[in-house]
Design a protein. Sequence first.
Length: 156
Amino acid sequence: MLAAIFTLVAVSAIPASAETGYYWARNRAGDCLDFSGQFGFRVFPCNSDKRYQHLYYKRPYANSPDTYQIRGNPDSGRPNTCISAGESSDPVSSNPCAANSSQYFNILYAANGWAYFDSVLHPGLCLTKSDELSVGGFILRSEPCAGRNEQYWVFL
């Protein structure tokens, strides 16, 4: 059933197959990945603020073309902070960037052309905008990949 809904195409989701770079990531529900020192990683209405939404996607290994760390922007005040995946339905955490599989995500395309972030530590769990609104935006969670609008992203 899941395979019929969520078919993968083996290509890199980052524009122009960049090894590293700064990008905005907007989800299909219309909000952007966002990082601030005060609130950590969350999902917030897209606002073109480079300090918080122009995040750094870094390939940790040259032989892993689809694996990335997602880091805060230097202008956020905490550029060496990465998203760390949790267990199923747990909120992500914001931790110092390290060579840690909880901070690596395979960024892949679904058949519909939208990207999704699949956890390397917990395969099958995707970064997902939750319905839970917090002070700094919507909470970002690790949830089973299911092809939901809250799990699909486009890079701008």
